[in-house]
Design a protein around this ligand. Structure first.
Ligand code: GAP
Length: 437
């Protein structure tokens, strides 16, 4: 399967099965925006929950935050986004093409669309999306839709310290929407104009920064592996000196082998004390940390693991895709980790007109759904229902048949091995819970 074919299969399955739809499709779509369907929103929510559990609930040194998307415009002056958050753009001078391109997209000096080789001079194009707040629509009312969640964390640094009495090292984690007026959105949900980020700002003493940076790189890499991502599809790429911001001591990307090539999933940056210093300067507030033992005051250094929910969700979709031939037919299986699969169990009555079977199947579903996401499906023959559940990655199918009414047992089918086992109703929830861990 060639890479474009593979990507085509993912996009087609995502639409067919209700994972991801084009935004406002009935109006022809909106470039760079996508909607998550019934299964996609479950999958993405599971990705976010797994991240939150791993970086907030399972740690004692990280707390959560949910800052607003709209922030004081000075935030972006302090962070450098107003002046520097820009792509360099050129326009193709071929009048039949006239495309606006990122300067770094030119293919050996040629337009990748028409092959033209004449362009306008490079111009900076700021990527922040802007809107107006309040009744006036002039420069005094301009605000930006945040291009990253990180700044919401920095501006709340003192609030979190004052309210939680945290000692260094500690982190603040946040999941939320970000917006960028990307010039060339593309590769499905990989590069969009509206997306969600999962970011941590981890504050530490300057002398600890290098060790914490290494620890976070490993922790973040292991998170993907722990959720079943194939190790051979992941790698770390350390940025060269020329790629680093002037204040940064290091940055390493976790990259995934997408069908369109190795690309960034997440970046882990060692940012020094730049951000807090900038906000202290622009706000006039003291954002230094006071060591409780020595009373020494200083700006903590920051390690920033910054990932994208949508990119992670896309990578988990791609990684889970599996095809095999069973009885001369292609079986498509989404081999999601149990923590990520949108549906854990499908309860299937073998005969939908048998009242006893239907009653029992409904009862099983209503019991199981207290512990795991379940669906009830009686809309096709059993073979077809199994294939449908395989294609959306449901871990187990529980089939209720006539025999179940007599022996209080059901057939449990495993998605990956297709093995079927009779399990007593009494032990069913425990059986499933153990295997979904
Ligand atoms: N605070 C640091 C920061 O925002 P970034 O590398 O620009 O760093 C972090 O973004 C992550 O956010 C990326 O690794 C990616 O997963 C996600 N991301 C960035 N731009 C995106 C876009 N246009 N569409 C989807 N995800 C994006």
């Amino acid at each position: 399967m060639t890479s474009p074919d593979f990507m085509e299969k993912i996009v087609s399955l995502a639409k067919r099965r209700g994972f991801i739809f084009q935004s406002s499709e009935i109006y022809g779509g909106l470039n760079g925006a996508w909607d998550y369907g019934p299964l996609g929103c479950e999958l993405k929510r599971n990705v976010k929950n797994a991240w939150w559990q791993s970086v907030v609930h399972y740690r004692e040194d990280v707390v959560g935050l949910d800052a607003s998307i709209l922030m004081h415009p000075k935030t972006w002056e302090a962070s450098g986004h107003t002046a520097n958050f820009a792509d360099m753009m050129v326009d193709c001078k071929n009048t039949k093409c006239s495309r606006r391109l990122r300067a770094d997209q030119l293919n050996k000096g040629k337009c990748p669309f028409c092959g033209g080789s004449e362009f306008t001079d490079e111009r900076a194009f700021n990527l922040m999306l802007q809107t107006n707040l309040g009744a006036m629509q002039d420069s005094s009312s301009v605000v930006y839709l945040r291009p990253e969640t990180a700044q919401g964390i920095f501006v709340n640094f003192a609030n979190v310290i004052d309210s939680t009495h945290r000692k260094l090292p500690f982190g603040i984690a946040q999941i939320g929407k970000s917006f960028r007026n990307e010039i060339t959105p593309g590769n499905f949900t990989f590069r969009t104009r509206e997306f969600e980020q999962m970011e941590i700002e981890y504050f530490c003493k300057p002398e600890e920064a290098s060790d914490k940076y290494r620890e976070w790189i490993q922790a973040r890499f292991n998170w993907y592996i722990g959720l079943g991502m194939k190790k051979e599809n992941l790698k770390l790429r350390e940025h060269g000196q020329e790629e680093l911001a002037h204040y940064a001591a290091g940055c390493t990307d976790v990259e995934y082998n997408f069908p369109f090539g190795w690309s960034e999933l997440e970046g882990i940056a060692n940012r020094g004390d730049y951000d807090l210093k900038q906000h202290a300067k622009f706000s006039g507030k003291d954002l230094q940390y006071q060591d409780p033992l020595t009373n020494e005051k200083f700006f903590p250094h920051v390690i920033e693991p910054s990932g994208g929910c949508d990119r992670a969700t896309l990578a988990f979709l791609v990684d889970a895709y599996h095809e095999e031939t069973v009885n001369d037919a292609v079986r498509v299986v989404m081999k999601f980790h149990p923590a990520l699969s949108p549906v854990k169990v499908a309860v299937l009555p073998l005969l939908k007109k048998n009242e006893g079977i239907v009653r029992l199947a409904r009862k099983i579903k209503s019991e199981l759904q207290k512990d795991m996401v379940c669906v009830y499906d009686d809309t096709a023959a059993i073979g077809k229902l199994y294939r449908r559940q395989d294609e959306v990655g449901t871990n187990f199918c529980v089939t209720v048949d006539v025999q179940s009414l007599e022996d209080n047992q059901v057939t449990v089918r495993d998605r990956d091995t297709m093995r079927q086992e009779r399990v007593s109703l009494e032990g069913l929830a425990g059986y499933l819970k153990e295997r979904l861990r």
